[in-house]
Write a protein of this length. Sequence first.
Length: 121
Amino acid sequence: YEFDATVKKVEEAMLSEGFGVQLITGIHDMFKKKLGIDDYPKYTMVLGCKPQLAKRALETSLDMGLIFPCSFTIYEEDGKVKVAHVSIMKIGAEIGLADKEAMAPLIEDTGKQVRRVWDKI
């Protein structure tokens, strides 16, 4: 897919799996507007949240909110469009925002739901 179509595909996949999309922001556009950089490669973030998962994370530790929301990045590199995602639930547990053992079931559930998003991209 070309860049804009990929961004749309990520957004649609997230929405179809119950993730609310809070923001789609083009970092390259911000760099152009604020820094005067016209040729920065396209880089867009799709930020979303699945309320049920967020609630469970916050019930484990309110500090988990520091790394919300769930995000996918879409960027151009070496002439290709790439999509990336990292598990904020895993990161939160790994860096000590929440207890690893308490987060384990949520990490598993979140992983399953995000895999369904990946399957649609």
